[in-house]
Design a protein around this ligand. Structure first.
Ligand code: ZN
Length: 333
């Protein structure tokens, strides 16, 4: 038990002590499908967060491996109601072509028969047109074989501007500008349902606008970047360049201290290194955030899930082994 508490971090002792009671009547469920960056990492796939609220299954960013992670989570691809992109960097969209091409195929889970609904910043139309062109000939051939229906070969796009971008069956998504240096626009999203709120802020450093739109959240999914103390001493210009547009542990702590979510989880975790200087450890990341923020937070891993209801936010049972496991499907390996 002592070891478990240490792993969870002293400030989340309460969360761990309460345990991982499954919540069958959760208002919202949030799953970290991918927590990584453009850097190849078998344990951290590309950034993507699944938010399930009422009848809606909303995907926020679609990085590398998103279709595989949904499969592991036993969420049929056809069930994704809409996809929201924060910014157009590759690590947020490289999973889209796979999602687009695979969801309409006939499987045990059924298939998508309607256009993918894609929301994102200025330029999202180019992404959609590019994917449709990429698969133009395969779609023609699969339609001839009866494997794909024509409506599913289209992507419906909506360019995101600050404000409410999506409302359906009681689920509301609001976009707001966050700060990522020269990459503009870059959006954070606030998802509200049944009196609860989830905030997702990828790829950003501290900004007053971020804080203003992120208060009173049940769960906040926040990015963070860290070079070890040793790297910061050896190559300050290198590390400070990234800290200019990604939240350092100290800035991440400042964001959380000012927004005060019931629980925060770090995803899109950038770990910098150079030859001879290792990446920062999880313990260093935790300690540096704790120095700026005394509230509850979790350092996220792929396929971690959180349930939100009137009792608060609960981390669902998790084992790192799930990242490498086939889902419970009937398919042969
Ligand atoms: Zn990114």
């Amino acid at each position: 038990m002592k070891n478990m508490l240490r792993k969870c971090g002293a400030i989340v002792t309460l969360l761990c002590a309460v345990g991982y009671a499954p919540l069958s009547t959760a208002a919202m469920k949030v799953t970290l499908l991918g927590t990584g960056t453009p850097i190849l990492n078998i344990d951290r796939f590309g950034i993507s967060v699944l938010v399930e609220a009422g009848s809606q299954k909303l995907l926020f960013d679609a990085g590398r491996g998103v279709a595989m992670r949904l499969h592991q989570q036993q969420v049929p691809l056809r069930d994704i109601s809409a996809v929201f992109i924060s910014l157009l960097n590759s690590d947020h969209i490289t999973g889209l072509p796979d999602l687009y091409a695979t969801a309409p195929l006939p499987t045990d889970d059924g298939r998508l028969k309607t256009p993918m609904r894609l929301y994102g910043p200025d330029g999202i139309e180019n992404v959609a047109q590019g994917i449709e062109l990429m698969f133009k000939d395969q779609n023609r051939m699969r339609m001839l074989e009866g494997e794909v229906v024509e409506p599913a070969t289209h992507i419906t796009t909506k360019r995101v501007e600050p404000g409410t971008v999506y409302e359906k069956d009681g689920v509301k998504v609001t976009a707001f500008l966050i700060e990522h240096g020269h990459v503009k626009p870059d959006f954070g999203y606030r998802i509200e349902y049944d009196g609860h709120a989830v905030v997702i802020t990828d790829d950003t450093t501290y900004s007053e606008n971020l804080v203003a739109h992120s208060k009173q959240a049940d769960l906040m999914v926040q990015s963070v970047a860290i070079g070890s103390r040793a790297l910061e001493r050896a190559a300050p210009d290198y590390v400070n360049h990234f800290y200019g547009y990604l939240a350092s542990p100290e800035n991440a702590g400042r964001i959380l201290a000012e927004t005060q979510p019931k629980l925060a989880v770090f995803a899109h975790i950038s770990l910098y290194s150079q030859p001879g200087i290792a990446r920062a450890t999880v313990d260093e990341l935790r300690e540096r955030v704790q120095a700026a923020y005394r509230g509850n937070f979790v350092i996220g891993e792929d396929l971690m899930s959180f349930s939100i209801d009137e009792r608060g936010v609960t981390q669902l049972p998790y084992s790192a082994e799930v990242r490498h496991k086939e889902s419970g499907s009937r398919n042969l390996p």
